[in-house]
Design a protein around this ligand. Structure first.
Ligand code: ADP
Length: 630
């Protein structure tokens, strides 16, 4: 029989398939099953107007059969079938011939082209050395057999077939050193692939599976006897959970689905299930996990939403659907408006994907806000797991996402043990309060104990208690919230005093400049200035920072390479004017300058310790204190 030649593009595509280095060869099964499902759809629709071609609804099915001796896998359907013309057109030409020029000399290009076009039927050549398609079109008496061993061409001949539909027999390639094709004949492997890619195909995918079961009537006292039986199994569950009405799905069902599908041992913290209509119509089923997955903070973590086109998975992790700051969200998006052939390369420009991404972001935000409002305890659990990512989101990209994210942040504060939002903080501010105060230390408790925190609290203001490195940077990015700026309690002037207090402080500082100079010299340039302060509450000393960089930022920045210049914030050592220590120092300045130097060093060490900074020389400090004792 004379061989027909493939069209040029098809030949190139085939050549690529046959010599493919594409690692994802397993997708061939998904492609064939998806074609079979489409074919059944077509027959079904035709039967609505032509009852002679129809079948009872529950007889439509896709069948997989394996013959290990012949080394074949067969995929059959009772769909619309193909005429000889159809065969010529559909399998002799690649469906995407408008794809234009593509090179086949570069292996990397091949991979991206395979990804790009979804590849369809030809993907079967990645695993097969020969393919035989027997098909009978609905309403036709004649059947045809199409056969090909690849680029050499194909033949079409008349044959007979009992019923309408298509049967595709793949003769698997021989196993090679680094490629095993036999695995695709393994019943478990096939079941796994169906579960992974085609679970939600709306027609049953059936296969005979050998299982062993105890022989009936065998004595239970003896070791039970087993026999091998063949069971005809339906491998797919057919109805995706996201296609069901949210009101019909129980919490448990969602949880089971989530755990099995996304390999988490815990139920999700929140489930978001919605049918979206509009420019693009789709289902979204999203989950916020309870805990960060083990690799969440590693480079290996890949964000993404599973993307389905009408029940067929087309991408395991579509990262374009999720902004980085919501990268912890898992889930599924299914839209019949998307084509199967969408790929990583074309996704980013894809209008539908962009639209879906935008609405997903909005939905996640509104659901998180809802959880924040309705169940603060749950929200705290969420925030402990993923709050860092939100704060990072506020700070990243020069703060352009702050409007999306700032109301999702919650903080500990001096007013309660619970977390509060910026909105709640601002709403509770007394009229006299100008800024949003925050304090930073290793833990919220330590931040609450800072002398300057207490001074602000005594004034009747709440103070946000920060302890994550990213916190201060996030607030810096927000900069102004509800017309209020942020003020680090340990930075600069807190502006808490009355006019008289201010005048008294000013005078005390002016009267003691010489003493302060002596103290500063004793500290050998470690602080920029020593001065009295009247906003330290009951505490004798405190460190505060001068200028933009706070002591905490300096500490964090100094740990990052290349930031040595930032390493030292300009610090001020503040002595409480209203504490007895102020008098002690003034007396020492007159009577014993050496002791003043000693006291200054000890006070400085104390101030560092209170601020959560390391003491530079603990041995020296210990010796100094002992000197005073003996
Ligand atoms: P695509 O499915 O993207 O169109 P394929 O290469 O997978 O590309 O298939 C080409 C065409 O062959 C299909 O559009 C369909 O018309 C036809 N076809 C493939 N498989 C079947 C089948 N099992 N039954 C009927 N027609 C089929």
């Amino acid at each position: 029989m004379a061989k027909k030649q493939f069209k040029t593009e098809s030949r190139k595509m085939l050549d690529m398939m046959i010599n493919s280095v594409y690692t994802n060869k397993e997708i061939f099964l998904r492609e064939l099953i998806s074609n079979a499902s489409d074919a059944i759809d077509k027959r079904y629709f035709r039967s609505l107007t032509d009852s002679s071609v129809g079948l009872p609804r529950d007889e439509y099915a896709i069948t997989i059969a394996v013959d290990k001796e012949a080394r074949t896998i067969t995929v059959s359907d009772n769909g619309c079938g193909m005429t000889d013309k159809d065969l010529e057109q559909n399998l002799g030409t690649i469906a995407h011939s408008d794809s234009g020029e593509f090179k086949t000399d570069n292996k990397d290009d091949n991979i991206s082209i395979i990804g790009q076009f979804g590849v369809g039927f030809y993907s079967a050549f990645m695993v097969s050395s020969r393919i035989v398609v027997t098909t009978r079109s609905i309403g036709s008496d004649v059947a045809y057999v199409w056969e090909s061993e690849g680029v050499d061409g194909y033949t079409i001949a008349e044959t007979t077939k009992d019923s309408f539909g298509t049967e595709i027999v793949m003769y698997l390639k021989e196993d090679a050193e680094n490629e095993t094709y036999s695995e695709f004949m393994d019943a478990y492997r096939i079941q796994e692939l169906i579960k992974k890619y085609s679970d939600y195909i709306r027609y049953p995918i059936r296969m005979d599976v050998e299982t062993s079961r105890p022989v009936e009537g065998s004595d239970s006292e003896d070791a039970p006897k087993y026999e091998t039986v063949v069971e005809n199994r339906t491998l797919n569950s057919m109805v995706p959970i996201w296609h069901r009405k949210a009101s019909d799905v129980s919490e448990e069902e969602y949880a089971e689905f989530y755990k099995a599908h996304f390999y988490d041992s815990q139920a999700p913290l929140r489930t978001i299930h919605a049918h979206i209509e509009g420019n693009v119509e789709y289902e979204m089923l999203l989950f916020v996990p309870q805990n960060a997955p083990y690799d969440y903070y590693s480079k290996d973590y890949v964000k993404g939403i599973q993307l389905y086109s009408d029940g067929v998975m087309i991408m395991e992790k579509c990262s374009d659907l999720l902004p980085d700051y919501f990268n912890f969200v898992r889930g599924v998006v299914d839209s019949s408006d998307l084509t199967l052939n969408i790929s990583r390369e074309t996704l980013q420009q894809n209008y539908q994907v962009k639209t879906i991404a935008k609405s997903i972001e909005k939905k996640i935000k509104s659901e998180l806000l809802k959880m924040q409002k309705e169940d603060r305890e749950k929200y705290e659990t969420f925030f402990k797991a993923f709050g860092g990512q939100l704060k990072y989101g506020v700070y990243s990209d020069y703060g352009i996402h702050k409007d999306v994210l700032q109301d999702l942040l919650v903080f500990r504060s001096t007013s309660s043990d619970r977390y509060i939002t910026l909105k709640e903080y601002v709403e509770a501010m007394p009229e006299s309060q100008k800024s949003i105060y925050y304090a930073f230390s290793d833990t919220p408790e330590l931040a609450a104990q800072l002398p300057r925190t207490q001074a602000v609290v005594e004034k009747g203001y709440d103070v946000l208690l920060l302890c994550d490195d990213i916190d201060e940077f996030a607030l810096g990015a927000i900069n102004i919230y509800s017309e209020k700026g942020f003020k680090n309690v340990t930075a600069g002037d807190l502006d808490l005093s009355t006019d008289e207090e201010k005048d008294a402080l000013k005078k005390a500082n002016e009267d003691n400049t010489e003493m302060f100079t002596a103290m500063q010299e004793a500290l050998e340039g470690k602080v920029k200035v020593v001065r009295f302060s009247s906003s330290l509450g009951e505490h004798p000393v405190s460190l505060s920072s001068e200028g933009y960089i706070s002591a905490e930022m300096a500490r964090i920045l100094s740990k990052m390479p290349g930031n040595e210049a930032f390493a030292n914030a300009e610090m001020a050592l503040e002595i409480n004017l209203n504490h007895k220590i102020a008098d002690t120092l003034r007396n020492l300045f007159v009577q014993d300058k050496d002791k003043l130097a000693l006291y200054t060093k000890i006070l400085y060490a104390q101030a560092r310790q209170i601020s959560g900074l390391e003491i530079e020389n603990p041995v020296e400090l210990s010796n100094m204190i002992c000197e005073l004792m003996v």
